[in-house]
Design a protein around this ligand. Structure first.
Ligand code: JDK
Length: 251
């Protein structure tokens, strides 16, 4: 997968060198390039923002630099020879909410472009232009307001990169995770050594060696935890007996 990122704060993406992401890149599964939006400006102050049309607080990102940088990235897309088309993602509080299902879909793409806005956002005509010419998605990572798209992009890229084929050290953990994902339940609590820490025991069932009992206990923990913390993930009251066959709720 190829990922291009456009930002006025490219240093945010130094974090992508670390750990899992660094591993994906080392293994050749992921090719990431970060572009400074100001590099396409030609005025002395490298201006990327201006006052909002119609008035109001703050500043809006100008369309011109976005057009220049996106045209360049699209013209150099590795997908030009293939049937795949690049997908431009603009993080936005007004976008569709990102989740594990979306991460899985995006992990199947050949070329993702993340356009990170700042200030009060980007001139609407940029979205309109590229939506008409290709594929554009506005995506929110949750119902709170960040100062720009950088942190949202890092969160999405991390969620996507760990799903790339060939990425996981222990293939069992992703198999297990996909079962869990499809159940629509929260995860069970995990423990490790020592068996007692500050007087707190590892639940004895986990040390019993009885795999069936362990699986039943973990399932019960997941249902209890989901009911307590995220009842919205559970089916309607009358249907709660069907939780064992619940599917694709996380979408
Ligand atoms: C991208 C800029 C900051 C955006 C409100 C402004 C007129 C009111 C500040 N999930 C999530 N949260 N936040 C983002 C995100 C924020 C961003 C950008 C993503 C680019 N900001 C910002 C919007 C407002 N809005 C225009 C109406 C304030 C993603």
């Amino acid at each position: 997968m190829r990922i291009d990122i456009v930002s006025i704060f490219p240093a945010y993406f130094d974090a992508l060198e670390l750990s899992l992401l660094g591993k994906a890149r080392q293994r050749g599964l992921l090719d990431v390039a970060v572009h400074d939006l100001r590099d396409v400006t030609t005025d002395k102050h490298r201006t990327v923002d201006d006052k909002p049309a119609g008035g109001g607080a703050g500043m809006v990102m100008k369309a011109e630099p976005w057009g220049l940088v996106l045209d360049k990235i699209l013209s150099e897309s590795p997908t030009v020879a293939t049937d795949a088309e690049p997908l431009i993602i603009f993080p936005s509080p007004a976008g569709e909410v990102f989740n594990q299902g979306m991460a899985r879909e995006l992990a199947g793409e050949a070329h993702l472009i993340f356009g990170c806005g700042r200030y009060e956002g980007i001139d609407q005509r940029v979205f309109d232009e590229y939506a008409e010419r290709g594929r554009v998605k506005l995506v929110s990572i949750g119902d709170y307001v960040l100062n720009g798209g950088e942190v949202a992009s890092i969160a999405m890229i991390e969620a996507i990169a760990r799903l790339l084929p060939g990425m996981v050290g222990n293939p069992e953990s992703l198999v297990e995770e996909s079962h869990e994902g499809e159940s629509g339940l929260l995860e069970y609590p995990s423990y490790t050594q020592p068996a007692v820490w500050r007087g707190r025991e590892v639940p004895p069932v986990l040390l019993s060696g009885n795999h069936k009992k362990v699986a039943e206990w973990r399932h019960a923990q997941r249902i209890e935890r989901t009911r307590r913390v995220r009842p919205d993930l559970l089916p309607p009251e009358a249907d709660q007996g069907s939780v064992g066959t619940q599917r694709e709720l996380q979408n």
